[in-house]
Each structure stands twice: as C-alpha cells, then as structure tokens.
Write a protein that binds this ligand. Structure first.
Ligand SMILES: *Cc1c(COP(=O)(O)O)cnc(C)c1O
Length: 294
C-alpha cells in the first residue's frame, strides 16, 4: 500500500549563505523547511517508514508521544490525516482547562488528532510495560511510535535526506533533539564527511551516548555533539539569540526557528570565529524546520 506524502520534496533546495563565513569557507543551508508549512523538515523522514508499517499492518491508527510544543506531534497528525488514518497523542503535562490550547496542539486537533494528556510523572513512565499495556487496552490495534520518532524506522527514513546533500560538502551540521536524525544521517553518509550535532538543551552531552548506541561501527568516526550553545536551555531564548535571528533574516531572507536551528547557526558563527574549520571547508547546515514554534 502506497503512502501519501503530505510534503512536497520538489521545493527543497540548497542555498548558499554568502558572507556567513570568510571567503575561504562556504556555508550552505539545506532548506528542508520549505517542503511543508508546518511539518518540520526532518519529521516527515522519521515518519515515513513508520507510516508505511502502520498501513501495512492495517493499524486502526497511530499513537505517539510528545510535549505540548512537539513538532513531531504536528507532523504525525498531518501525515496520519493525509493517509486517512486516525492519530492519538499522549501529551506530557496536565491540560490547563482555563487556557486555550497552544498553536501546536490546536493544529494537531485540527488534523483530527486525539489529545490524551498525562501528568509529567505518568509521562516519565511511558516506556514501562504497564503503561504500554494500559494504552494497548485503551487503543487496541494502534501502531505506536516513540517520542520524536526515535526508532529503527525513523533512523532509516532520514537516510533519504542524503539525496539533497551535494558531493563536495565536507561538513554537515544539524540540531539534535532525540538524536534520531543525526544517527540516521551518520549511518547513511560517507564517514569522510564530518558531522556536528548541536544540542539545544542544557547538559546535552548525554546525546553522545545515544548516538554511540546506534551508530554503525564503520561510521563511528568524524562526528561530535556540541552542547555549549543552548542559550539557557531547551525552549529558552536570549536577547542575543533573538537579535541574531533578526539579523539573519535581514541578511539571508528566511527565518530560523528559535528552539533548534537559530542556536545551531549562532553556534556556527562562534565556531567560525574560533577557526575550528579547515580552510576550504564546505559546510552544509540543515534547516530542520520547526517554524510554527516561533
Ligand atoms: C525535532 C527537531 C529536531 C531534532 O530532531 P531529532 O531527530 O529528534 O534529533 C531538530 N530541529 C527541528 C526544527 C525539529 O523539529
């Protein structure tokens, strides 16, 4: 059964960011943000084989997990909707009934996603057998996708992103959340390409262990996770970051998202000033989308 793509991959392109680095180095942006107004660049790729599996198994629907600002939840809702399959989100945190739903959750609902709120304490138990069993009883024959699309199908799906990466690129940079996209790309790209993952949260060094756990032995080379550009922590911003986003838009004509890609690009600017890249480096940054969060 063929899945219906809710995204338009023909809109994806590589944009050179003239003047972002010195004349001897080139910086490019892979505009995955272009393919859909609200499905984040990398999210579709993590979902596509999951969706295929769910349809093949004739699942009643898709059930997944995420926080109230999760780009993965919107992407899942939109992809399930496009394929005529229902979706359920287990949302972290009690619903505050005195407040309207935020934009992300409103869009999820508009795509027909059923929102099931659980306390943070309960959410922390989401991978335990008893919690899964209870959900299985409540949503029988649903196909479960872990938070962030972080499973084998997700890691396999992001390998498709390599088709947009030009051969001459020496460095690939991306922002890291669950690590799924980073791992899938590391495993799919030549080990000669240097990969840098930017952690947008405090204490992001744990992501090194996550990557190590899934990276193929022959690809366990030439990669690192940089965790010093979190600007206060996950979802936090700073006046410096905000000013950078404004200036970036002025110069290059498109938005960065404040949770992930803006931190990566400001981090890159700092790394360029520290001269950590070799002469003639051709650096490709991946715009993973997430602009609804702004
Ligand atoms: C989800 C997301 C990421 C992180 O992707 P992972 O595969 O979870 O590491 C990066 N950027 C944006 C905009 C995202 O929405």
């Amino acid at each position: 059964m063929a899945i219906i793509k809710p995204v338009d991959e023909s809109t994806i392109f590589v944009q050179e960011l003239h003047g972002f680095a010195s004349a001897k180095q080139s910086v490019y942006m892979l505009r995955l943000d272009k393919m859909h107004p609200i499905i984040s660049g990398n999210k579709w790729y993590k979902l596509k084989y999951n969706l295929e599996d769910a349809l093949q198994q004739k699942a009643k629907g898709i059930l997944t997990f995420g926080g109230a600002y999760s780009n993965h939840l919107i992407a899942t809702a939109a992809a399930a909707n496009a394929n005529g399959i229902s979706s359920v989100a287990i949302v972290r945190g009690e619903r505050n009934n005195t407040k309207a739903l935020n934009t992300v959750l409103t869009q999820c609902k508009d795509y027909g996603m059923d929102l099931h709120f659980v306390s943070r304490e309960e959410y922390a138990l989401k991978e335990t057998d008893s919690f899964i069993e209870a959900l299985n009883n409540q949503y029988p024959e649903y196909y479960f996708i872990p938070e962030g699309g972080a499973n084998e199908a997700g890691r396999k799906g992001v390998a498709s992103i390599t088709q947009f990466i030009p051969k001459e690129i020496s460095h690939v940079l991306l922002s890291v959340g669950s690590g799924t996209t980073f791992i899938g790309l590391r495993n799919a790209l030549s080990p000669e390409i240097n990969m840098l993952g930017f952690a947008p949260m405090k204490g992001g060094a744990y992501l090194q262990d996550v990557v190590r756990q899934y990276v193929l032995p022959q690809k366990n080379n030439n990669w690192s996770i940089i965790d010093r550009f979190h600007f206060g922590g996950f979802g936090k911003s700073s006046t410096e970051l905000y000013a950078f986003m404004q200036a970036f838009k002025q110069q290059f004509g498109f938005d960065l998202d404040q949770v992930y890609t803006a931190k990566m690009m400001l981090g890159l600017k700092e790394l360029l000033s520290e001269n950590v890249f070799p002469m003639n480096a051709k650096i490709l940054c991946i715009h993973t989308g997430g602009l609804t969060g702004n």
